[in-house]
Design a protein. Structure first.
Length: 320
């Protein structure tokens, strides 16, 4: 029987995670040192050393991100938060780079979006986030290069994304042939065609040689430290999935692998109070399909008034 399943993932850009330095990227826009201008047009060049979140600011960050993505929040306040976030991104904050890059990649697929789609800005911000330790940024870069019909660049980023995804899995895990990662690789190979893979291999190995230690150190720091005081990072073990019936109902009739990304806001009782969309790849409709599932996630109760987690929900379609 054909059916769907979902995988809950915690992306490296979860609020408050400290990241490592960025200095190189396959994307030629980043290699050339280009820097997008912020909404305020007062941006500074991205620095090689990302700024870590200040002690105690994690909860404030979470609240800001929630307002930023909330279509029902005050538009002027949302625009100010975006301008502040771009300023942070332009001084090397990897979390901010990931959020801003994702917003420019998503554009008007989000309700009451703050920006139009701008793949040039998206690729620059996401490129810095990628070399700063965020594998989900690598995936989005591959999707951008596919849209722009750059087969070599798309293949490089797809290979890097899968490399770091597999590295994050438990020992002995293998990439299956029917998940979002396999789908991304298949589409990259379709566009790549009969081109020589030697250049791709060289770029991938150069990237890993130059940045692997920093990327793994960033991931280790993220997994083993809350990074900011007074902020509870959401981990996979804390999450309770909805019952199987609710999942099957939400996924009925959907058959395209992909990922929907939500910022979840959890109340003290552990229930989701808001599921705020950030992005969906490759199909925007996945946001609508996954939202009922995201809204039914649960955490253990806590005395904290709110907890936040940026959670990619990956849909895999296959045999069971």
């Amino acid at each position: 029987m054909q059916c769907g399943s979902i995988v809950l993932a915690i992306c490296v850009a979860t609020i408050g995670a400290a990241q490592m330095q960025s200095a190189w990227a396959v994307d030629n826009k980043i290699a050339a040192g280009q820097q997008p201008q912020s909404q305020e047009s007062t941006s500074k060049p991205v620095q090689d050393q990302p700024k870590k979140c200040d002690s105690g600011d994690g909860a404030a960050r979470g609240e800001d991100y929630a307002i930023l993505l909330d279509p029902g929040a005050d538009m002027q306040k949302r625009q100010q938060i975006l301008a502040d976030l771009e300023a942070k991104a332009n001084t090397g904050d990897v979390d901010a780079q990931y959020y801003v890059g994702s917003l420019y990649r998503a554009g008007r697929i989000l309700p009451k979006a703050l920006v139009d789609r701008d793949l040039n800005k998206a690729s620059i911000y996401l490129g810095h986030a990628a070399v700063g330790g965020n594998p989900e940024a690598m995936r989005k870069l591959a999707e951008i290069e596919l849209v722009e019909k750059h087969p070599v660049e798309a293949m490089v980023w797809a290979q890097l994304y899968v490399h770091y995804e597999i590295h994050a899995m438990n020992a002995g895990s293998k990439l299956t042939g029917k998940g979002p990662s396999a789908d991304l690789l298949a589409r990259a190979f379709d566009m790549f065609g009969s081109r020589d893979m030697d250049a791709v291999k060289s770029d991938v190995m150069d990237f890993i040689q130059q940045h692997d230690a920093a990327i793994l150190a960033a991931r280790h720091e993220h997994e083993n430290s809350a990074a900011c005081e007074n902020f509870a990072l959401v981990s996979p073990g804390d999450i309770s999935m909805p019952d199987e019936g609710a999942v099957k109902t939400a996924l009925f009739g959907y058959a395209k692998p992909g990922t929907a990304e939500f910022l979840l806001v959890f109340g003290p009782d552990g229930a989701v109070t808001k599921a705020l969309a950030l992005d969906a790849i490759p199909d925007p409709d996945l946001l609508r399909t996954m939202r009922p599932i995201a809204e039914r996630m649960r955490l253990h109760p806590s005395e904290l008034p709110a907890r936040y987690g940026l959670l990619p929900l990956a849909f895999t379609y296959g045999e069971t």
